[in-house]
Write a protein that binds this ligand. Structure first.
Ligand SMILES: [Zn+2]
Length: 491
């Protein structure tokens, strides 16, 4: 016997109707102008319609494996491109039911506890283990029982994305006694639309002037590449992305973290290489300070362009522009001081200078400040940027500062992940990447996933945790939407 069966997907979905001002209404049925969002699926098992006769009832429990796979949408005739994202081992039996013999799959996946929402993922595929495309899967309870637990299972879908074809196709493959009985080509795949139109930037509704409505992409956690159309393109080819750790940042790592500078530098390189930058160097020693000093200097403990010097040094100190700017930085309002063009530094676009300051971050979800660029401050022909401040890791004034608090909360072995992911996050902002938002299944869109499953470098810092654990912080990577934007701008 082979290919007798078919796995079917019952869809769980919501429909959103944008109201034009950054809010939405959720409606249960499809209709004109309504965006459909798939939040999960229910699996059932049937005989293939085209088989001549169904087998006789047979109570033998045959070992089986139900695999879930996904790919960027292709015609049903295409057989390639699938990535596997879940495997449920179990048993198949043929049971006499009222309307004939029914195939039944019963999983024997062992659960570590009896929570209703479980997460499983594969450790051998980066695009699954790193993913924050999540949805809920359940069996129909009769023909498919995934495990001895009535609750749905939260699955990470592979991080696969193409902005011109933003549909993920989810499919299944069932093997019984190592023979494929439900071939992915005979199942009907479930299309999961990845595009979320008219989502307010930063999840702030009803303030379109400051938080425009943008296209976001993803499943449950969503990201936008909206700035790709606005920003100038700079070819990275032939260049090197250089990161310099200033003495202030090195001292913070040594004093307040268990991470070695070598390991942080390696992790930063790993993240940026994964994003497509083939040449990355991280300077983490004294020579980095000289390079940092070519562009930036401290004023009252705040780092700024070294050209910011009041031409009239006879003024009272507090009236000099460098001191007013330092005070504004300390107050998280650097834009309050207008810096003249002549005081802005021109920095190679792919150079990043990482300083640490005893400052509180711009908001409790952030650990650092990205570079302070002037409006329109990218010079594509010269591959330079115009900056007033470098990247600042906000070390805070005490142990309650977000970065210090996060380091205290996670395993010390994960300190390097926190620090490397934070640096990559701020570099991402310099590339024009916006934060991820969460769309758990119902409105509203928001910053931060309430279940702590928002991953990816551009997620808000407070949500960087492994599912089911409050004390781990994995090394985070740029997700596929942000990688698509990096490709558009630089490759
Ligand atoms: Zn941020």
């Amino acid at each position: 016997m082979a290919n007798l069966l078919q796995v079917k997907f019952g869809v769980q979905e919501v429909f959103l109707r944008p109201n034009g001002s950054g809010g939405f209404t959720t409606v249960a049925a499809a209709g004109q102008g309504i965006s459909r969002q798939v939040t999960g699926a229910t699996l059932s098992l049937n005989w293939r319609r085209d088989i001549a006769t169904t087998p006789a009832a047979n109570a033998t429990k045959r070992p089986a494996s139900l695999e879930l796979i996904a790919r960027i949408k292709k015609p049903n005739s295409a057989t390639d491109g699938y990535a596997r994202f879940a495997i449920f081992p179990g048993k198949v039996t043929f049971v006499q039911g009222t309307a004939g013999v029914e195939p039944r799959f019963k999983g024997d996946f062992l659960l570590v506890n009896n929570q209703r929402v479980q997460t499983i993922g594969l450790s051998d595929a980066n695009n699954v283990t790193r993913s924050d495309f999540f949805f809920l899967i359940a069996g129909d309870g009769t023909t498919v029982d995934l495990k001895n637990d009535p609750g749905p299972i939260l699955l990470a879908l592979p991080w696969l994305f193409e902005d011109t074809n933003p549909i993920l196709q989810v499919n299944a493959r069932l093997s019984v006694a190592e023979v494929v009985e439900a071939d992915e080509n005979s199942n009907t795949p479930l299309d999961v639309p990845l595009q979320h139109p008219a989502v307010p930037d930063e999840g702030v509704a009803n303030d379109v002037a400051r938080h425009p409505l943008l296209n976001y992409f993803g499943v449950r956690n969503i990201a936008t590449l909206s700035n790709a159309a606005r920003l100038p393109k700079i070819r990275f080819s032939g260049r090197t992305l250089r990161v310099f750790f200033h003495a202030t940042f090195r001292a913070f790592c040594t004093e307040h973290s268990s991470a070695s500078l070598v390991d942080i530098a390696t992790a930063v390189t790993t993240i940026l290489t994964d994003a497509g930058f083939a040449a990355v160097t991280v300077s983490r020693d004294t020579p980095a300070d000289a390079e940092c000093g070519r562009f930036f200097r401290p004023v009252n403990g705040r780092f700024m362009s070294r050209l910011i010097v009041d031409p009239d040094q006879s003024k009272r100190p507090e009236d000099r522009i460098e001191n007013r700017f330092a005070a504004a930085i300390a107050n998280n309002t650097p834009e309050a001081v207008l810096i003249p063009d002549t005081m802005v530094v021109r920095v190679p676009f792919f150079d990043f200078f990482i300083f640490a300051e005893q400052a509180e971050p711009p908001n409790p979800n952030e650990l650092a400040h990205s570079e302070g660029a002037v409006s329109g401050g990218i010079l594509p022909a010269a591959a330079e940027k115009l900056l007033v401040t470098p990247t600042i890791i906000a070390t805070g004034l005490g142990s309650g500062t977000p970065l210090r608090a996060l380091l205290a909360r996670v395993e010390t072995t994960d300190h390097l992940n926190v620090l490397a992911s934070t640096i990559a996050h701020e570099i991402g902002h310099s590339f024009g990447l916006r934060h991820n938002l969460a769309f758990p299944a119902a409105l509203p869109y928001r910053m931060g996933d309430p279940q702590g499953l928002q991953r990816g470098v551009m997620a808000p810092a407070g949500t960087r945790q492994v599912p089911g654990s409050k004390d781990r912080s994995p090394l985070l990577f740029f997700g596929p939407v942000h990688q698509a934007m990096i490709r558009k701008l630089f490759f």
